[in-house]
Design a protein around this ligand. Structure first.
Ligand code: NAG
Ligand code: NAG
Ligand code: NAG
Ligand code: NAG
Ligand code: NAG
Ligand code: NAG
Length: 790
């Protein structure tokens, strides 16, 4: 029975692991398995996975063993699935989990048991599910380290005091109470001083402002930034909860993704007029030009310092003088951000009221040169406290420096992203200008328009082909995204510590180029068309590490464009061959090598008489090609090879004895029978060919004589080919065989193995000598021929 259960268990666990899907988008420690139609938690690829993103899948039920193998997990995202059920122990293995996102699922009840083991959890998102309450109470009791809690949704009806027990460290709270009906007073008060509270309370604002008041009383605190989001503010009486904001001393208030009537807007401003609000922001908000009932114009907001209006949508904005209405609250504002809101006009008179303004950001509006001129009162002096102005991404067509000339405090001007094509030769900037952003325009040339007071200049993403304006105080230079071919001359920028020149047409730079920059610390020069010469590669990979300059951008963005061998490779990966790197050295080494081989070859030739062998082979081949003489066709009986020194003996003894004997033998003597004018070797070869035998008169002279060597040579060579019998050796005097050169090995062997004729010392032996010699030379050929052939 036990074995059956065990087998079933094994089978079950096997089928279980087999049926788990795989996530194919895992990196080393993180799996991004979003939008893969997963219906089950995928199998774990390795046990070091710390991040698992399962959002936008079709998970329905989370089972107890889904995460058993994910013990290292720190971040688990399961938003936008169809999760209805989570088995109680499902998250138990995740003791290291810090972030859990279960938003936008179908959970209709929450259980404290899920979080029992999640003592490390810091972020929890439960927004957008179907639960009506936060479980049975004490839901978050175990989450001692929770810092950020997002809860609520379209079904949440009631919040009780016990729901938040145990939470103490919370820094951020998002509360979606769109349909909230019951809120137990003091519930959120238990969590002390949450620094960011975001409330989405559209329903209560509409139907039960008192409920909102109760909630606000619990969270509104001077040190808490309050955000209201996703809300429609319509009528005046809806706005009464803002009294709490004002009374409890809230300093930062943000209205986000809301729709407001003009009535609601003016009511809020009125309520805040005597509050401690210092930061007021409206983001992604639509203001409807509807006025319901009597409204008073807004008054000054006493402590307002920062006003942020971002993405404000005012339908029919052309007919509405926004700034005129805002005027009273702008009076003491120091920072005004009014971006992406179709701002198209700022009267000179309005700017005249912004006496305290230090920071003005009007990015992404409809400001033209004309509007700017009006705003700056034609450059006659306004906004005297301004330190920073951001006019980026508007519709400016010229630099307009003269409009700012009188602003002594102005240090930073950002005009990036306008449609400016040229820079005048001279400009009139404010005297203390330090930062100028002229990036993302269409400038083709930088001129002396740039003031020498600049510390930071950004000219990235223009059409510059070079940059050589002297700026003695400059510390940061941004010229990425142009068409610059070489590094600027560092001598013009003695204070430069940062240079960004990515994405240009830079081919290379050298140590010397960088040396001109006296105190450069940080260089960003990736994404250029580098010519990866050996010097450059060496400089980039080794020299530079000893250098004081560091690369601010990723080293892998330094990619070679040439030579072909390195194209597309990063500077770190590119390798050039030694030959490419040290051409001159390599060439001379190669030359030396060739010379050495040649010398070695010549030496070997000499040592092993290669030339001799070659010469002989050639002669032998030539001889072979000639038709062989038949035995009867020999012209001579013997060719006599002898040294000149031995000619006395030859003439006195040999010739008379052999040629005048009976029958006479025909001898071939070089003196007599060689054809004058022919090459000596040819003559010798001919003579030997035409002779029945070759007679060597060997003496000490013979061995030493150059002349005889040819004959000896050739004969010796023929010995390989032909019958040894053709050679007759006569030793005129006793001779040491060792004196015969080694290459005549065969001859030496012949001398060793065969008897040779020795010129006798005693006279009575001479007759026998001649007899033997004649016998050795005579050819029996004729007789044989007659006998056989006939
Ligand atoms: C998921 O399913 C949808 C509809 O069935 C299909 O269009 C989509 O391509 C699928 N996505 C993946 C990653 O399989
Ligand atoms: C608000 O925060 C400041 C510093 O951030 C702190 O000094 C002050 O005590 C806090 N006020 C309250 C009432 O907690
Ligand atoms: C903005 O609020 C509306 C409801 O007023 C909501 O439907 C929408 O999803 C919200 N948008 C964002 C980006 O939160
Ligand atoms: C807000 O003010 C009310 C009334 O003065 C006070 O009871 C409450 O404690 C304050 N809320 C916070 C969070 O301090
Ligand atoms: C100006 O606004 C742009 C866009 O928001 C921003 O990137 C830039 O840093 C701002 N410049 C200054 C000087 O604040
Ligand atoms: C210049 O403006 C661009 C675009 O607004 C911005 O991205 C960049 O960071 C700014 N440059 C500097 C040096 O602040």
């Amino acid at each position: 029975m036990r074995t059956v259960v065990f087998l079933m268990f094994v089978l079950l666990s096997m089928t279980h692991s087999v049926s788990r899907p795989q996530c194919h988008s895992c990196e080393r420690t993180s799996c991004k398995c979003s939008r893969q139609n997963l219906t089950k938690v995928p199998a774990v690829p390795s046990n070091v996975i710390t991040e698992l993103d399962l959002s936008f899948n079709r998970l329905g039920i989370i089972t107890s063993d889904d995460f058993v193998a994910y013990t290292s997990l720190r971040c688990l995202i399961m938003s936008n699935n169809r999760i209805r059920v989570i088995q109680e122990p499902a998250f138990n293995p995740l003791t290291n989990l810090e972030k859990l996102d279960l938003s936008s699922n179908r959970l209709d009840s929450l259980s404290a048991g899920w979080f029992k083991n999640l003592a490390s959890l810091q972020y929890l998102n439960l927004v957008g599910n179907m639960y009506k309450t936060l479980g049975q109470g004490n839901l978050f009791q175990s989450l001692k380290k929770l810092k950020s809690l997002h809860f609520g949704g379209p079904h949440l009806q009631s919040v009780r005091k016990s729901d938040f027990s145990g939470l103490s460290k919370l820094e951020e709270l998002f509360f979606d109470g769109e349909k909230l009906q019951v809120y137990a007073k003091g519930s959120l008060r238990q969590i002390e001083h949450i620094s960011h509270v975001t409330l989405s309370l559209n329903g209560p604002f509409m139907t039960n402002p008192a409920l909102v008041k109760v909630i606000l009383t619990d969270v509104a605190h001077p040190n808490t930034t309050l955000t209201f989001t996703d809300t429609l503010f319509y009528k005046e009486d809806q706005m009464s909860p803002f009294h709490v904001v004002s009374d409890n001393g809230t300093k930062s208030l943000i209205l986000k993704n809301s729709t407001m009537t003009l009535t609601a807007c003016l009511t809020v401003l009125k309520m805040l007029s005597q509050s401690d609000i210092t930061v007021l922001a409206m983001e992604d908000t639509k203001i409807q030009l509807i006025i319901l009932g009597p409204v008073t114009a807004p008054q000054k907001v006493d402590h307002l310092e920062v006003l942020i209006l971002k993405n404000i949508d005012i339908p029919r904005y052309y007919s509405y003088p926004v700034l005129f209405l805002l005027k009273p609250i702008l009076k003491e504002v120091q920072k005004l951000t009014l971006i992406h809101s179709k701002l198209f006009a700022v009267p000179c008179k309005t700017s005249g009221d912004l006496l305290d303004l230090e920071f003005l950001d009007i990015t992404g509006n409809l400001i033209t040169d004309l509007v700017l001129r009006e705003m700056m009162c034609n450059g006659n002096g306004v906004l005297f406290n301004l330190q920073t102005i951001n006019i980026s991404r508007n519709h400016l067509r010229s630099i307009n420096s003269q409009l700012f000339t009188k602003l002594d405090k102005l240090k930073n001007i950002d005009m990036s992203g306008n449609i400016i094509y040229t820079m005048p030769e001279t400009c009139n900037w404010p005297p203390n200008l330090q930062y100028l952003n002229l990036s993302s325009m269409h400038l083709e040339k930088a001129t002396t328009c740039l003031p020498t007071s600049l510390r930071i200049i950004d000219l990235s993403y223009n059409d510059l082909t070079g940059f050589n304006i002297e700026l003695p105080l400059l510390t940061e230079l941004y010229i990425s995204g142009n068409k610059i071919k070489s590094l600027p001359d560092g001598g013009l920028y003695p204070r430069l510590s940062f240079l960004s020149i990515q994405n240009n047409d830079l081919n290379a730079f050298s140590k010397n180029d960088l040396k001109t920059f006296k105190i450069l610390k940080n260089l960003e020069a990736g994404a250029n068309t580098y010519d990866c010469s050996c010097d450059f590669l060496a400089f980039m990979t080794s020299d530079l590490t000893n250098h004081r300059i560091t690369f601010g951008d990723e080293f892998k963005s330094y990619i070679c464009d040439s030579p072909d061998a390195a194209r597309g490779k990063t500077v770190a990966d590119a390798r050039l061959s030694v030959f490419e790197c040290h051409t001159a050295l390599a060439l001379s080494l190669l030359g030396l090598g060739i010379l050495a081989v040649f010398l070695l070859f010549a030496g070997l030739c000499h040592r092993f008489n290669v030339m001799w062998y070659m010469k002989m082979t050639w002669a032998w081949l030539k001889a072979k090609r000639k038709p062989k003489l038949k035995k009867g066709e020999f012209e001579y009986d013997a060719f006599v090879s002898y040294s000149e020194m031995d000619s006395g003996w030859v003439e006195a003894h040999l010739i008379p004895e052999l040629e005048q004997s009976e029958p006479p033998l025909r001898l071939c003597l070089h003196k007599r029978d060689f054809v004058p004018g022919s090459w000596i070797l040819d003559n010798i070869m001919n003579a030997i060919e035409k002779s029945h035998k070759t007679l060597f008169i060997i003496s000490k002279h013979f061995v030493r004589s150059e002349w005889c060597k040819y004959e000896l040579d050739y004969t010796h060579f023929r010995l390989f080919d032909q019958n040894v019998d053709t050679v007759v050796l006569i030793l005129l005097e006793p001779i040491d065989k060792e004196t015969i050169p080694k290459k005549f090995c065969k001859l030496r062997r012949v001398m060793n193995s065969r008897t040779y004729l020795e010129w006798p010392d005693e006279d009575n032996q001479i007759n026998r000598f001649w007899q033997s010699l004649r016998a050795a030379i005579r050819r029996p050929v004729d007789i044989i021929r007659f006998n056989v052939d006939e």
